[in-house]
Design a protein around this ligand. Sequence first.
Ligand SMILES: Nc1ncnc2c1ncn2[C@@H]1O[C@H](COP(=O)(O)OP(=O)(O)OP(=O)(O)O)[C@@H](O)[C@H]1O
Ligand SMILES: [Mg+2]
Length: 234
Amino acid sequence: MNPVFEIAGVAGGYDEVDILKGVDLHVLPGEIVTIAGTNGAGKSTIIKAAMGLLPHVRGAVRFEQRDITHARVQARLDAGIGYVPQVANVFASLSVHDNLLVMQGVRDAKRRAESMYEMFPALARHRKRRAGALSGGERQQLAFARALMRAPRMMLLDEPTAALSPALVDEIFAYVVKLPAAGTAVLMVEQRARQSLAISQRGYIIDQGSVAMQGDAQALLNDPAAADLFIGRH
Ligand SMILES: Nc1ncnc2c1ncn2[C@@H]1O[C@H](COP(=O)(O)OP(=O)(O)OP(=O)(O)O)[C@@H](O)[C@H]1O
Ligand SMILES: [Mg+2]
């Protein structure tokens, strides 16, 4: 099976200093894949390289066999990649509903928004509220729903559960689990590596800008050396 998404030998960073030192990873259709690792390991930097947000990138990024290494962010979104950044981005002054409807390139946007409300009941209750007045968890759900409006075939999530209460964390993971069946593969960075690996097929553990370990998610969960790397050495 060909990967839906692939990072091959990607090195680079924000200036002349390489943060990433040759990262290889891929996501197969229908997969949920976790990227774990301690703070500062380079997880968000990998997602930025994947989205075209990293100033200096060598190597290759491919989506559905097409080279997108140097494509603009908007071109990647248009091609079918969804992205939820570590800090949720919504239009604070727009209502929840308008935040969904302003997404470009959505066919049948109103009906699609209704299906988002079914998935996220909290958003349905607050559809007329300004996004800036939402709680952190609700705002995160809105960022997620915005990305899903375009039915991406690949979803890049950078800590989708950061700053959420435990109940909401479970909810977000419950949504993530449903994505492959809807035709969306997932590459997800998570601080909550155990929970994230538990819903993933495979995982990569990043250490100092390189892939330190990779493999079957269950095997990583059972490997004390892996736990040491994603929980951190104390
Ligand atoms: N905008 C930036 N400019 C320069 N260096 C940066 C920038 N953003 C991150 N870095 C550096 O790149 C390295 C990796 O950071 P990155 O954000 O990828 O880590 P992370 O694994 O996502 O960590 P966390 O778990 O804390 O989110 C760190 O040393 C960080 O200081
Ligand atoms: Mg990060």
